[in-house]
Ligand binder design. Structure first.
Ligand SMILES: NC(=O)c1ccc[n+]([C@@H]2O[C@H](COP(=O)([O-])OP(=O)(O)OC[C@H]3O[C@@H](n4cnc5c(N)ncnc54)[C@H](O)[C@@H]3O)[C@@H](O)[C@H]2O)c1
Ligand SMILES: [Zn+2]
Length: 405
């Protein structure tokens, strides 16, 4: 038996934020990030709509990018004091993911972070509050997914929490919120969405319900992302839906080792002065992982279907895989994303000498590879890498060398 779960309601289209006016409850806790929602007036609007619905509202502000366990615990404490019956999380993947984890701790104060990390092992939620997610970036689709990614900075590791319990009750996909994104964010979150759709399509947990969502999302992202990056706002609006469709697919079909590697490299070099931004990590690793996975015949066939759906040409699966890889690399160029960690600057742009020194990378490689294999996203990848293969793959992602194993 397989399960397919999505939010009960999804409000979409320009002005969809107004749906908050129809919510029923007593107290709403609005969780936001570093300030973009406030600066652009969306926070005030959301608070106003919730008050119009007759609710008392408290705002939990300042959730950082790649949120920490500490922030989750602080937010849960604020919830325990305010006792909301609605949690409304607004912004990029970071504040929404943090609010999901706060929700678990609020409903079950005895739960530790280690408990939360048990994949599909969360206790029942909704005894105290329902959850609404309003995304402002076009990538993570956390507004519809069963995932939350929290970083343990003592270990330098990102942990994906996964359980349908944290699939939000309501998702609001209002493209107005995405229109204020700076270009770099459009590029990174857009390639994150492309990775979600491609990994979901070749995942071993794919099914008839997830395939159409994944394929259509890939086609939309192919049509819209680069133009959205270059300022086409109609395409920007369309990307907001595309990433959400990709999310519906991967929340139910799961992901693969591109995400395992992104989770385990993202914060691993924070002491060298920067993060490898999630979407950029995916964009760099995706072509390498496709080459690795395509040694599995069923995965190669599925990449072939993707290439056909994108009208890339090619006569055999082998040719189609090559064309797909070339197309994705071209997208990275158009979006100003480097091809490998060695050329990844601290500002995320391509540079001759990236911020991760070669000796540091090689020294940490065995540990990173081990952690990537243990990541929750590895189980549904079409090929299961051993330690040696994962190290070789990560090296290809560092040096931009061919994957021939
Ligand atoms: N839950 C999931 O299913 C899932 C999936 C993929 C990734 N993730 C996680 O999500 C996090 C990344 O989320 P993200 O890529 O959405 O970025 P983010 O939430 O970290 O935001 C990045 C920056 O963009 C700003 N910002 C957000 N929206 C804006 C807007 N509309 N206009 C201007 N500025 C805006 C934020 O203030 C922040 O400074 C990572 O931790 C990643 O691991 C989660
Ligand atoms: Zn992702």
């Amino acid at each position: 038996m397989a399960r397919f779960t999505l939010p009960r309601d999804l409000y979409h289209g320009k002005g969809a934020l107004e749906a908050l006016k129809t919510f029923e409850g007593k107290r709403a806790m609005v969780c936001v990030g570093g300030g973009s929602m406030k600066r652009n007036g969306f926070l005030d609007k959301a608070v106003g709509y919730l008050k119009e619905a007759g609710m008392e509202v408290q705002v939990f502000e300042g959730i950082e990018s790649d949120p920490s366990v500490d922030t989750v615990m602080r937010g849960a404490q604020a919830m325990m004091e305010f006792q909301p019956d609605w949690i409304v999380a607004m912004g990029g993947g970071s504040p929404i993911d943090a609010a999901k984890a706060m929700w678990i701790k609020y409903e079950h104060p005895e739960t530790t972070f280690e408990d939360m990390c048990k994949v599909f092992g969360l206790p029942k939620l909704r005894g105290k509050a329902k959850f609404c997610a309003i995304s402002s970036t076009s990538g993570t689709a956390t507004e519809v997914t069963a995932f939350s990614v929290i970083t343990d900075y003592t270990k330098g590791i990102k942990y994906p929490l996964a359980d349908f319990e944290i699939t939000p009750d309501v998702a609001i996909v209002d493209p107005d919120l995405a229109e204020t994104m700076p270009k770099k964010l459009v590029a990174h979150t857009g390639m994150d969405a492309m990775t979600h759709a491609i990994e979901a399509y070749v995942s071993t947990a794919n099914c008839d319900y997830t395939d159409p969502l994944a394929l259509f999302a890939i086609k939309m992202i192919q049509n819209d992302l680069v133009d959205s990056y270059n300022g086409d706002m109609a395409k920007r609006d369309s990307m907001h839906n595309a990433q959400c469709l990709a999310g519906m697919a991967f929340s139910n079909a799961l992901l693969g080792i591109v995400h395992s590697m992104a989770h385990k490299t993202g914060a691993a070099f924070a002491d060298c002065g920067a993060h490898i931004i999630h979407g950029a990590a995916n964009a760099m690793y995706l072509p390498k992982v496709i080459a690795y996975n395509a040694k599995n015949l069923e995965a190669a066939r599925r990449y072939g279907v993707i290439a056909d759906f994108m009208n890339l040409g090619g006569n055999s699966d082998e040719e189609k895989v090559k064309l797909l890889i070339a197309y994705l690399r071209k997208m990275n160029d158009a979006l100003n994303i480097p091809h490998c960690i060695k050329n990844y600057g601290a500002d995320s742009y391509p540079t001759e000498n990236g911020f991760v020194p070669e000796n540091v990378f090689l020294e940490r490689l065995p540990e990173i590879a081990k952690n990537a294999i243990a990541d929750a996203c590895t189980g549904s990848n079409p090929r299961q890498p051993n330690q040696e293969e994962m190290e070789k793959l990560l090296k290809c992602c560092y040096y931009d060398t061919e994957v021939d194993f």
